[in-house]
Design a binder for this molecule. Structure first.
Ligand SMILES: Nc1ncnc2c1ncn2[C@@H]1O[C@H](COP(=O)(O)OP(=O)(O)OP(=O)(O)O)[C@@H](O)[C@H]1O
Length: 598
């Protein structure tokens, strides 16, 4: 299920998932408590001026405009000023407490999500879209930040205003308080309308926005391909269709909202008209409230009636936060398929032997990718793997690195099953160069130091030298300090590969895994790298996957993988003698080389 689709699942009651996020808020309980208490005080000071205005009105009506004691009026003025001062102080302190708490929670959530991501297995990332995962780590975390800073204060504001206003009015005049309850049924109708008609449209629009973002992200990455294939018009059409879906949903939402707004004002208008007429009628009677109390009542009503209707919006915000909390907690509870058992022992010594015993694997049930693969690799040996595209070479490497556990058979390290060992204790000894040769945004030196953060520059240079990279790195504008990666300087595919190779070399690994590590460099540079690696490989184990047979011809053993099974195995010479698949590939490739040479 896509992470975003889970928004449809509305089966749980509101707040269930927000509650699950509570452990992230718990460390800041004191800050929240203080923030909410300060907010309650701010609300109190917010309501006080209306009470004072009522008192002023009563003072005037009692003594007449001319007879009012100016000293009393000054005191009233000072009291109002005092309430505003109180409001200013308490409001700003409360905002600071709650905003800073929300930022701290956002930071903790982001780290927890990223930390969890790093623990998840390769299969998880292959099944999910990067855009979806980013949406959880960024949009959903932002939604919750907004929930903790704004929504909680709005809820407190609403509850305190409600309780404060009713409490005070009941104390002042219970009839006026009861009168203020009159708009409640109208408010319920308006909120229901919002929840059933407007909100689903908002949800649809939000989902459409997620989809259009995914399309845009994908197209921006592939814009060069689009231009090369002059597919601009079709792609514009595709984006337009997706954008139209969003526009339709957003316009329907706007239409429903447009019906909601007059409904609110109409209901609020009716409610006010009723309150004023009945309230004034009551005030005019002998036993009715004083004019001052009626004034306070009107001011309170203004404060209360409209926010009641905005309650619908608040529920919408809470539901959004709930959906975000749901996605975050579902993500955090995803268990990696490859993980250490609690008592998994670490590898006590450097790996000196690796073996595949009858290893079988399938990504999808019933579609085997590897079948009964057997081999043994000992210290000092180099194993080459070749085979047609899609034969399962990279899959074999992924099992060797334990990105996946085999479906059958076992991968053994130093005579122990890899799946029972603590994963990091094994991976610490591995230098891996993947097909993609991924570079991170940062300097060249930082990229080479990825697995060996404490290595000094001399060691970095030495590793780059072995990987045949030092020459071109020196020629970069800032040498080893040049920024590369997505936002940095652009470098060629072959240069990328050499930097990733240097990264693996610097780690000084017991096992080197090279998956098409030099496929993008020219044959002359490759020969130079191979010569450098020759010495480096001594005393280590090396697995090299390659299409170009010259890369692996000097291996101690070569496995020829065809449709997931080892079709042939031996040294370069013995395989040539056998005259099978390998010999055929060699003839084609060496023929190609001759042709190119001529
Ligand atoms: N994550 C995946 N889910 C499903 N099938 C996959 C996945 N990764 C690879 N496959 C399939 O497994 C088979 C073996 O793929 P693999 O990448 O191991 O081949 P390869 O020999 O390394 O190919 P190449 O030489 O093109 O890199 C292919 O048929 C591929 O489509």
């Amino acid at each position: 299920m896509r992470v975003q689709d889970q928004e449809h699942d509305q089966s749980s009651s509101l707040g269930t998932y927000l509650w699950k996020i509570f452990p992230f808020v718990a460390p800041y309980k004191a800050r929240i408590g203080t923030g909410l208490a300060l907010n309650a005080m701010a609300r109190l000071f917010d309501l006080l001026p209306m009470v004072i205005i009522g008192l002023v009105v009563d003072a005037i009506t009692r003594q007449g405009v001319v007879g009012v004691d100016t000293d009393v009026l000054i005191w009233f003025g000072l009291a109002i000023l005092g309430t505003y001062l109180g409001l200013a102080v308490f409001q700003s302190l409360s905002d600071y407490c709650l905003d800073s708490m929300a930022q701290l929670v956002r930071h903790d959530l982001r780290l927890a999500i990223y930390g969890h991501m790093q623990r998840l297995d390769a299969g998880f990332f292959e099944e999910r879209q990067t855009g979806d995962l980013l949406a959880v780590a960024s949009n959903d975390v932002d939604n919750l930040e907004n929930f903790f800073s704004d929504v909680t204060t709005s809820m407190v504001r609403l509850v305190i205003t409600f309780v404060g206003v009713y409490g005070f009015l009941f104390w002042l005049d219970w009839r006026l308080a009861l009168l203020l309850l009159a708009p409640l049924p109208f408010a319920v109708i308006a909120v229901r309308f919002f929840a059933t008609r407007v909100q689903p449209q908002y949800r649809k629009a939000r989902q459409a926005v997620g989809e259009i973002n995914s399309v845009l992200e994908n197209n921006i990455r592939g814009i060069g391909v689009i231009q090369a294939f002059t597919a601009e018009q079709e792609q514009l059409g595709l984006v337009s269709r997706r954008s139209k879906e969003y526009v339709d949903a957003a316009i329907t939402a706007a239409k429903e909202r447009a019906k909601f707004i007059p409904l609110i004002y109409m209901v609020a208008g009716v409610a006010f008209a009723l309150l004023i007429t009945v309230g004034a009628g009551m005030t005019a009677t002998e036993s009715g409230p004083s004019l001052g109390n009626f004034t306070t009542f009107i001011l309170f009503a203004v404060r209360l009636v409209l926010p009641l209707f905005v309650f619908g919006m608040l529920i919408n915000q809470i539901q959004r936060s709930e959906a975000s909390a749901r996605r975050i907690s579902q993500f955090l509870s995803t268990q990696p398929r490859v993980m250490d058992s609690p008592d998994a022992p670490g590898l006590d010594a450097e790996p000196t032997s690796i073996a595949f015993h009858e290893v079988g694997f399938e990504y999808l049930p019933g579609k085997p990718v590897l079948r009964a693969v057997n081999f043994q690799l000992n210290q000092g040996h180099v194993l080459g793997i070749v085979g047609p595209t899609g034969a399962g070479k990279s899959t074999l490497v992924k099992l060797l690195l334990r990105y996946y556990d085999p479906r059958s058979g076992e991968v053994m390290v130093n005579g122990r099953s890899l799946s029972t060992l603590r994963l990091q204790s094994f991976r610490r000894h591995v230098g891996y160069v993947s097909q993609e040769a991924f570079l991170f945004f940062g300097t060249v030196a930082e990229n080479i130091r990825l697995g060996s953060p404490n290595a000094d520059l001399a060691a970095v240079r030495h590793a780059a030298h072995i990987a045949g990279a030092d020459e071109f790195i020196e020629q970069l504008p800032q040498g080893y300090e040049t920024l590369i990666g997505e936002r940095g300087m652009k470098i060629s595919g072959g240069q990328r590969q050499r930097i990733s190779l240097a990264r693996a070399v610097l780690r000084d690994p017991a096992l080197i895994v090279l998956d098409e590590a030099t496929s993008a460099v020219d044959t002359r540079t490759e020969e130079l790298i191979q010569a450098n690696l020759q010495r480096f490989k001594q005393g280590r184990m090396t697995v090299a996957v390659a299409h170009r047979l010259s890369t692996i011809r000097h291996c101690d053993e070569i496995l020829v993988l065809v449709e997931g099974t080892i079709a042939e195995r031996g040294t370069h010479e013995s395989l040539l003698e056998e005259g099978g698949v390998y010999a055929g590939l060699w003839r084609v490739q060496s023929g190609e080389m001759d042709n190119k040479g001529n």
